[in-house]
Structures are given as C-alpha cells and as structure tokens.
Design a binder for this molecule. Structure first.
Ligand code: FES
Length: 157
C-alpha cells in the first residue's frame, strides 16, 4: 500500500481555523478525517505540535481510537457500505456484496491499493426503501442488482 502524507499546510489551515485551541481537538480531527479520510500517527503528531497547549500524544491516540468517526487505518476516498440486514439479505444483498468485492478487489473492512474505495457491511439502517441497499459516501441506493451496483460505483472518481 502506498503511503499517503497529508499536506502540512492543510493541517495548519485546519488547526488555525480553531485558533489551535485544544478544546476544539475533536472538531479539528473531524475536519482532518473528512479531508484525509484517516488519521496517521504523523498527522496526529503534527496536529499536536500546532496546538497552543500540546497534549500527551497518547491522549490524541486514545481519542482517535475511541470515536467511530475516526480511522487510524488508511481509508479510501469513497466509503461503500452494503446493508446485510435481514430484509436486504433476503432480497439479494450477498449477491451485491459479491459483485462489489469482485469489482473492487477487496473484502469488507479493506481499502483498495489506490485508496479509492473502502468497503464495509452494515446492519439494517432502517432505510425503509426496497432492498438491497448500498450506501456510498452517505448516498443511499435502493433496489440494487449486481450490475446496477457496479454502474453506480463507476461514477465515483
Ligand atoms: S435490512 Fe437493509 S436497510 Fe434494513
């Protein structure tokens, strides 16, 4: 997997937006997660250095591993979720998952080598529309078929 380094200027900009206030740490990390899709040790160290009052690095790592919104592993630019809840399952979710796995070359919990897509399975999201349901970057797609799912993913750069 190639190493991806976040631009230092971008980190500075985000930290400065919150005046380097350690009280805004979660917001700072959320902004970085949104931009970079994961929090590497290097990024956490850099953020910490930029804070007006740096904290023990272990505290940042604890926060980053505690909240589900943060990822300490590289993530793709796009998050693909396939619902495996009962309703979606009986309507063919396993076939959707198999098609997406085949297209992206990854299994749930993995990210492709280009850091384009991360794949996950999720439980029922109570979407209330006909399944199977696939979610990409928070956009819900219902009534999935394997071909439809592949076509949708082709539209993501
Ligand atoms: S089972 Fe898939 S949204 Fe409920």
């Amino acid at each position: 997997m190639k190493t991806v380094v976040m631009d230092d200027d971008k980190i500075d900009q985000i930290v400065n937006k919150y005046q380097g206030d350690a009280g805004s740490l979660i917001q700072i990390l959320l902004d970085i997660q949104k931009e970079h899709h994961w929090l590497s040790k290097e990024v956490l160290e850099k953020v910490n250095k930029e804070l007006q009052t740096p904290l023990p690095l272990s505290k940042l790592q604890h926060i980053a591993s505690f909240y589900k919104a943060f990822s300490l592993m590289p993530k793709g630019r796009h998050e693909v979720q396939i619902c495996m809840g009962t309703a979606c399952y009986v309507q063919g979710a396993p076939r959707i998952l198999a098609a997406v796995e085949e297209m992206l070359g990854i299994k749930p919990g993995e990210t492709d080598t280009e850091l384009k897509f991360s794949l996950e399975t999720v439980n029922c999201l109570g979407y209330g529309a006909p399944g199977p349901v696939m979610i990409v970057d928070g956009n819900y797609y219902s009534n999935m078929t394997p071909d439809k799912a592949k076509d949708i993913l082709k539209n993501y750069d």
